[in-house]
Design a protein around this ligand. Structure first.
Ligand code: 5RP
Length: 282
């Protein structure tokens, strides 16, 4: 990738999102409630978020959850979701607007702003204009924009569609793009001149599927993950994020990361047992 001209603030914030030592990131997504409401295992966001903080490079969430559920003294870079205005029971999820101003994002000390684009949907144009406006604001204040390539039910998550959406996002000025892993993922990465990170998507049936997905994405050029449900809907979220982290930052293979996961789950169970016993004794 050719390094583009960035001022100090933009470089500084980008380095918080993608640490420059290895150019990879583990972003934890907890923004789901902005259209899904109290999602399973994210009903009380502070409880979900707190144990994961030491192992996350950054946290993606809305201003409401940031204010209510994250301690301001927590030393974690914030990726602030600023698009929304729709719900799972409403008419069309693609009908999003920018719902948080740049001034508010600055007050909240956001390191990055995230917004969804819905390429191929009824509101494609509106969401692409949202992105363009947000990029103008972000560039003005040195805040990178993460474009989230949202995929409607009627669209195939193949490399042609995802490659198209990622490229458009980069052309409109996103500094970072989030998409889904797919077959021929390297072609998506090749056609996108800014770093691509992957969402985990719905919780996968097997833990090894999550590890394999992460491994493959990194192997084929992803700069990291922006993962939510496959971490915090796990019965052992800390063990899971540690295993994902090892794949992203320590070049573990799937077998090694699974061994780590098993070991961490055992440790987690022991801690839970000790806590229960202490609870009985009180
Ligand atoms: C919702 C999002 C989510 O943050 C994103 O999908 C990542 O979470 P998950 O790994 O659970 O899919 O952008 O629009």
């Amino acid at each position: 990738m050719v390094e583009s001209k960035m001022d100090w603030g933009m470089k500084n914030r980008m380095s918080k999102i993608i640490p420059p030592d290895d150019g990879r990131c583990v972003m934890v997504a907890v923004d789901h409630g902005y259209f899904l409401g109290p999602t399973d295992k994210l009903e009380v966001p502070s409880k979900t978020i707190r144990p994961l903080l030491p192992f996350a490079d950054s946290l993606m969430l809305t201003r409401g959850i940031l204010r209510t559920s994250v301690n301001p003294s927590a030393n974690i870079p914030i990726v602030l979701r600023v698009s929304g205005g729709t719900s799972i029971v409403g008419q069309d999820l693609s009908n999003e607007a920018i719902v948080t101003s740049i001034e508010e994002a600055i007050k909240l000390n956001a390191s990055c702003l995230a917004l969804s684009i819905f390429v191929g949907s009824k509101y494609e144009n509106q969401t692409l204009l949202n992105l363009s406006r947000l990029v103008d604001d972000g560039e003005e204040y040195g805040i990178p924009i993460l474009a989230v390539t949202a995929v409607g039910k009627e669209m195939d998550r193949d490399y042609r569609y995802l490659g198209l959406a990622c490229r458009i996002a980069a052309e409109l000025g996103a500094r970072l793009v989030k998409t889904y892993y797919c077959e021929n993922f390297e072609k998506v990465v090749e056609g996108c001149p800014v770093p691509v990170i992957i969402a985990g998507g719905k919780k996968l049936p097997k833990e090894t599927d999550v590890l394999q997905l992460t491994y493959d994405a990194i192997h084929y050029g992803a700069a990291g993950v922006d993962m939510g449900r496959n971490i915090w809907q796990s019965d052992h979220p800390v063990a899971m994020i540690k295993a994902v982290r090892a794949l992203v930052h320590e070049n573990f293979n799937v077998k090694e990361s699974y061994e780590l996961l098993v070991k961490e789950k055992e440790r987690d169970k022991e801690v839970q047992q000790q806590q229960q016993q202490q609870g009985f004794m009180k």
